[in-house]
Design a protein around this ligand. Structure first.
Ligand code: MIG
Length: 821
């Protein structure tokens, strides 16, 4: 009986697909040798258990279900029973800690249960589903059995998974995508692409992050389809009731990641693919870039321009023109006769130098990098053994095979000279890889793929990530215990372990400002949190207003860098005159004032996997209306940002999530779960602080580390209930934090209308240089009579002109009580 039902089901699906395939196939000269038929898993005939892996077979194909952790389950398909090599650039280690799991056979299905999730495999039709043990809610369910199709040209299979898409289900993530935050009703493709001046909804872009989050009935789950081939996702577009993902080759292999909160899903995804290292603190300052600043005189003029105008800045970038004929690791001596001296002079005024390195190596027998690569056979080759050659900036180029560990090691070492010259950061561009004319490499280029071999079809999407990995690993060795700073354009899931990213060649339009806001949030919840846009827009000309609004958004972008193409007008924060210069300065200063908060948020990401930017959809996934709201986000947990994205706006609507929020500028206290029309003149982007927060603050500095910190300001936002905050501190540029040389200070703030209690718990081994905290208590609803610090009364306090309670204490206090009159 069961078998019969199953047969009908399969026949139905097959006929549906065959028709569509035959049409495709008739138009394809390569594949019309043989009819293409999608094959589906049929029914479960055999089951076998091996440790944390369960094998199900229909007599021909095999499926592996592997319990990775209590909340993560991996599924793999082997169309003819043989699994591919279990190797992934994204997931260095698959197995995590599992409490307990079990397999049960029922009449109609098998169930594999951990403490939290149950994976069900239906006997009759091989449909797989995942549900929450506690609520019984089915989170994700196959709509048809996993299927595949032979690839006659290259061998292997096109692989497909199709899940049910519930009517109220919405989708998020997928990393580097353009357009709206909510992915429902759209179809995407992953193929790393140099997408100069990309548009709203253009796809694909520079990076491949095949990870999405689904939310329905207020619960979330994630799917990570770890496949590096060209891949596709359809969120109910072709068929409103189906979500599917497929790839042009490789293995159908995906991780089901349990929620129920979106935040849980992201954190768990991050346990698979890793988090970003703690960046050197200076990398969190403002950076100024341009294609290109040269010659040396210009670079100095810009750097000094920041100091003269007292606009903070930590880094200046040298784009491709610093090189000799675009040869990587060389200098154009006409423009830069003495790079060492220039870099040192810049360093003396607190300005770090970041330089670009591209993957294309000029074919030139007098160029040492080319010679070394050629002699050692480090460059990529075509299937018939010719070198992969293409034109990029230097002219005719060959390209290192970064998927070869030996090549990565070599390339990482090439940075030595630049490090010796004092270069502080490295920017890897064009690593999709981009080739003029052709776009990228042809499919037949061969790659080492860390010994697992592959054509460019398989290696394309991870080429850029392996390039920047080689850069990062090389720098880590060369810089001993100092944290490298690297930035990459292309990447794949896991790229966050090696670099920060920028969104590529955007455009100086209001639409792009809006898009950039969404892109950064989306990258952040897709596991790549250290991200920013080219402030001001790469191509085109912003006016003063657009530039200033972009600086405001950029102040709350994890990576804050202004950049522009060479054929545009000057694009420094002072290029637009007043009032813009002053407003730009005010926001860049704010970035530096908030540095201890921003740095703490990065720590929270690094250590615990929290995203840095959190969209409203994540903050309140239970309100479906928030699934469509994409302007507001929080930076960390405490600061809510709502950029102004309309030309000429002087106010805008802002939705505040649950809880109470203080207007950062006016200190007005507002209730969440409401929408407000907030004043937003050009000098004030709407910003809110969660009531009960402790937001640490530094004095304004022109660059990170300019001044010794004598005391840290603690801005305490009163709440009539208890709220926890934390602050992270360490050296700021070493890996000593890996040996616990850091401080994690946990604050709790609790008001009851008459008193305010502040507590601090300090963990870790680092000792900061300052002794004092200087408090600004905002929103205190009572008159102060007494203040006790660790039970000792202090008498020096006052209320300042902004109605803030001001006093100081030793930084090691444990308990403060502010008592009302
Ligand atoms: O073909 O290095 O996205 O940021 O300024 C253009 C020159 C190459 C593209 C990058 C852009 C950079 C530019 N690069």
């Amino acid at each position: 009986m069961a078998d019969e039902i199953n047969k009908d089901h399969i026949e139905e699906i097959k006929s549906e697909h065959i028709e569509e395939e035959i049409i495709q196939h008739l138009n394809n000269p390569v594949t019309n040798l043989k009819p293409i038929v999608k094959e589906y898993l049929t029914d479960v005939k055999k089951v076998k258990k091996e440790g944390n892996k369960f094998y199900f077979s229909d007599g021909n194909a095999k499926v592996e279900v592997r319990v990775v952790s209590d909340e993560i389950i991996r599924v793999r398909l082997a169309p003819h029973g043989v699994f591919l090599d279990d190797f992934s650039y994204a997931v260095p280690q698959v197995d995590q800690k599992v409490t307990t799991f079990s397999l049960k056979e029922n009449d109609d299905d098998y169930t594999i249960s951990t403490n939290t999730v149950t994976c069900k495999v239906n006997k009759a039709d091989f449909l797989i589903s995942f549900s929450d043990n506690l609520t019984g809610l089915e989170m994700s369910k196959d709509a048809s059995a996993m299927h595949w199709e032979e690839n006659v040209e290259f061998g292997g299979y096109y692989v497909y998974a199709t899940k049910e898409c519930l009517p109220e289900e919405n989708f998020f993530g997928l990393g580097d995508k353009s357009g709206n935050m909510n992915l429902r009703g759209r179809k995407f493709q992953n193929w790393n692409t140099d997408a100069y001046s990309f548009g709203w909804d253009q796809d694909p872009l520079y990076r491949t992050i095949p990870f999405y989050i689904g939310v329905h009935e207020a619960a979330a789950y994630g799917i990570f389809f770890d496949n590096t081939f060209r891949s596709y996702f359809d969120f109910g577009k072709e068929n409103y009731e189906k979500t599917s993902f497929w790839a042009d080759g490789g293995e159908l292999q995906y991780y089901y990641i349990h929620g129920p909160h979106m935040m849980d899903v992201v954190k768990r995804y991050q346990t698979l693919t890793g988090t970003h290292q703690l960046p050197p603190k200076w990398a969190l300052g403002f950076h100024q870039c341009r294609w290109s600043y040269y010659p040396e005189k210009k670079v100095r003029e810009i750097a000094e321009g920041f100091r003269q105008r007292q606009i903070p800045c930590d880094a200046i970038y040298l784009d491709i023109d610093y090189m000799d004929g675009y040869r990587c690791f060389t200098w154009n001596k006409k423009y830069f006769p003495d790079p060492k001296k220039m870099i040192k002079d810049l360093a003396n005024i607190g300005m770090k130098t970041v330089v670009m390195i591209d993957p294309g190596i000029k074919v030139d027998d007098n160029y040492w990098v080319f010679k070394e690569g050629k002699e050692n056979n480090y460059f990529c080759r075509r299937s018939d053994d010719y070198f992969m050659e293409g034109h990029v900036w230097p002219g005719r180029c060959q390209f290192p095979d970064f998927t070869n560990p030996t090549v990565r090691e070599w390339w990482g070492g090439l940075y030595k000279e630049l490090i010796d010259l004092g270069v502080a950061g490295f920017w890897n561009d064009m690593n999709e890889p981009a080739v003029f004319g052709a776009g990228t490499f042809p499919n037949d280029v061969r790659h080492n793929y860390d010994g697992y071999r592959g054509s460019h079809r398989k290696a394309h999407n991870i080429y850029g990530m392996q390039m920047v990995r080689s850069t990062y690993d090389g720098l880590k060795k060369l810089m001993r215990n100092k944290r490298p700073f690297t930035i990459t354009r292309a990447g794949y899931s896991g790229v966050q372990r090696y670099a920060c990213v920028w969104t590529g060649d955007n455009v100086a339009t209001w639409e792009h400002l809006k898009l950039g806001n969404i892109q950064c949030q989306r990258m952040s919840i897709s596991g790549v949190p250290f991200v920013g846009t080219d402030i001001g827009g790469f191509s085109g000309e912003p006016d003063g207003e657009l530039f200033t609004r972009w600086i405001q958004l950029g102040t709350f972008s994890p990576f804050m860098r202004a950049h522009s193409a060479g054929d545009t007008s000057e694009r420094e924060p002072w290029s637009f005159g007043e009032p813009f210069t002053s407003i730009n300065r005010k926001f860049i200063e704010l970035r530096y004032q908030l540095m201890p908060y921003i740095y703490s948020v990065f720590w929270e990401h690094h250590r615990y996997g929290f995203p840095i930017l959190r969209p409203l959809a994540m903050l309140e996934q239970e309100y479906v209306s928030n699934h469509y709201r994409q302007d507001e986000f929080t930076f960390g947990d405490k600061i809510l940002v709502c950029p102004v994205l309309e030309q000429g706006a002087t106010s805008r609507l802002v939705y505040l999530p649950k809880g109470q929020w203080y207007n950062f500028w006016t200190h007005e206290l507002l209730n969440g779960e409401n929408e407000y029309d907030v004043q937003a003149p050009l000098e004030d982007m709407p910003l809110f602080v969660r009531a009960g927060s402790v937001v640490p603050e530094y004095p304004v500095m022109q660059y990170v580390g300019e001044k010794p910190i004598d005391e840290v300001w603690l801005n305490i936002y009163y709440a009539g209930y208890e709220v926890n905050s934390f602050m992270f501190e360490d050296h700021g540029d070493t890996f000593a934090y890996e040996q616990d040389i850091y401080l994690e200070k946990k604050f709790s703030v609790k008001g009851d209308g008459k008193n305010l209690v502040i507590q601090q718990v300090i963990e870790g081994l680092y000792t900061p240089n300052y002794e004092l905290y200087d408090y600004n208590v905002i929103g205190l609803p009572f008159e102060v009579s007494k203040i006790f610090v660790d039970d000792k009364e202090i008498t020096e306090f006052n209320i300042d002109d902004r109605k803030r309670l001001r006093f100081k204490s030793n930084k090691n206090f444990m308990h403060i009580k502010v008592i009302g009159a």
